[in-house]
Design a protein around this ligand. Structure first.
Ligand SMILES: Nc1nc2c(ncn2[C@@H]2O[C@H](COP(=O)(O)OP(=O)(O)OP(=O)(O)O)[C@@H](O)[C@H]2O)c(=O)[nH]1
Ligand SMILES: [Mg+2]
Length: 471
């Protein structure tokens, strides 16, 4: 069975950033206190160094293996005599004491969480970011997702990446592909791997018929989005990559029409909320200042998006999310309708609903008349204009890590008649955090033809073939 784990990654290829140093004023008292404790431990007359095997096991589990590799042939060989006690006064024993001190240093950690609140100029301040990406049946979009990751100009050495793969179909290989791409990424040769894949695909010819119907401007932008020259850190490995797998029993299809049916939205969103919470809980470390949530299926996005969202110093901030469409459907459309400002009608509707009902924004069944970030976009509007929001969509959220530490989460239950990211926005706001969005700063979701669109495209292709034959 395939069980990728972090330790299988080629970690020797890159050097994790050192943990920030302790504050000066704290250093001295801490060193004195540790020295006193250690002296007491070693020289207290009634204390004899007896190392039982069970203790030894415990010690080994926590040890700094690189430093202690000299004990590869067994600690007992050096330290423990046939009665199971350590012989004091030997050079090995002195060595052991030194190692034990090193052990404390490698296993006792201290963090002042005030140091990880997130700065608007995080790049200059060395703020560490946690990039979180949930994945389900996402094999086909992984190359695109990885290109966007490499294209991020926020220093990769300051970004920890964590994926959560859930509920994939038996014929889907998201997990395996993710693992292979992650290894190539951390080796610094992923761009070469993806280039080769692109070349193979272009030899085979495109199967994406809908591209024949997209606007020339869109096709041009798509062509240019990952063309050289790349920024200088494009191939730089990330600070770390973690891959988690956990199924939640999601059975709703991942096809466009399946997952957009209004009846399944509440259930689907709550399960997604659970997945997001699992991912945050496992990946968030005390030294992260920011968390950047990204969906895998984004097609166009500026490489400096993290710095650009960060500079507003909001606790939660999202860009506008649109998607391209075939020209016969109007070329483009606001996509993420989960980012909105609350309205009187929305609040009145909520009052009429059952406590557990979930309002699904953007569906005729729930007329809220809210202002959607998607609909107030002006293509030539000021990209730095910011509006306050109540609900947010999950395609691309930059949030300060402290809000998760304080308990904001993605409700997997009905919270104020919402679930998942929209409830997350509402909850953050209710807890006093600043939640906002940029109406004129846009990223583009991929276009996946719905079943109706596919039928229309097939009809047009047939017509083209018929008229071609006649000529
Ligand atoms: N771990 C996990 N990831 C999921 C699940 N469903 C979707 N995803 C991933 O979450 C991200 C968003 O999922 P989408 O299916 O695009 O859904 P959405 O963004 O809510 O909605 P639309 O894009 O509007 O359909 C993508 O990266 C998916 O691969 C799930 O059940 N578990
Ligand atoms: Mg999506």
């Amino acid at each position: 069975m395939f069980h990728p784990k972090k330790s299988d990654l080629p970690l020797h290829q890159f050097h994790p950033r050192e943990q920030p140093k302790l504050k000066k004023w704290l250093k001295k008292p801490l060193v004195y206190a540790l020295t006193v404790i250690l002296l007491w431990w070693f020289f207290w007359p009634s204390h004899s160094e007896v190392l039982h095997y069970s203790d030894e096991e415990k010690l080994l589990r926590a040890m700094d293996f690189e430093r202690l590799s000299k004990y590869d042939e067994g600690v007992d060989k050096w330290l423990i005599d046939h009665e199971g006690t350590v012989t004091q006064g030997t050079p090995q024993y002195t060595e052991y004491l030194k190692d034990k001190e090193a052990l404390y240093h490698s296993t006792v950690e201290y963090w002042d969480l005030n140091d990880y609140q997130g700065h608007p100029d995080g790049e200059e301040q060395g703020d560490l970011i946690l990039l979180l990406i949930p994945l389900r049946n996402a094999e086909s979009v992984l190359p695109l997702m990885f290109k966007h990751m490499m294209n991020l100009t926020y220093p990769h050495s300051l970004i920890d990446v964590a994926f959560l793969v859930s509920d994939c179909s038996p014929d889907d290989h998201t997990l395996e592909a993710l693992f292979d791409y992650s290894i190539a990424l951390q080796h610094g040769n992923l761009s070469k791997v993806l280039d080769l894949e692109d070349k193979e695909k272009s030899v085979k010819g495109s199967t994406e018929l809908h591209l024949n119907y997209m606007s020339p401007e869109y096709l041009d932008q798509r062509e240019k989005s990952f063309a050289p020259p790349f920024h200088k850190g494009y191939d730089t490995p990330f600070r770390s990559v973690e891959i988690f797998k956990k199924d939640f029993g999601q059975v709703i299809g991942q096809g466009f029409t399946d997952r957009h049916d209004v009846k399944v939205q509440g259930i689907r969103r709550k399960l997604m909320g659970r997945a997001r919470n699992w991912l945050t809980a496992n990946a968030l470390k005390p030294y992260h200042s920011w968390v950047y949530w990204r969906d895998a299926d984004v097609e166009l996005m500026p490489g400096d998006i993290i710095q650009n969202l960060m500079k507003f110093d909001y606790d939660v901030i999202v860009p506008n999310v649109w998607r391209p469409l075939p020209e016969f459907l109007g070329k483009e459309q606001a996509y993420d309708l989960n980012s909105w400002m609350e309205s009187e009608q929305g609040l009145a509707l909520a009052k009429k609903l059952e406590e557990d009902d979930v309002i699904v924004e953007g569906y005729a069944e729930y007329p809220t008349w809210r202002v959607h970030l998607g609909y107030i976009r002006k293509p030539d509007g000021n990209p730095d204009e910011l509006v306050n929001l109540d609900g947010v969509g999950g395609v691309s959220i930059l949030a300060k890590a402290k809000i998760f530490r304080q308990g904001v989460q993605f409700p997997a239950f009905t919270f104020l008649n919402h679930a998942e990211t929209e409830a997350f926005g509402k909850m953050a706001k209710k807890m006093g955090f600043k939640v906002g969005g940029l109406p004129h700063y846009t990223i583009w979701h991929i276009y996946e033809p719905s079943e109706d669109d596919l039928k229309e495209i097939a009809k047009k292709e047939r017509k083209k073939r018929r008229s071609g034959k006649r000529e």
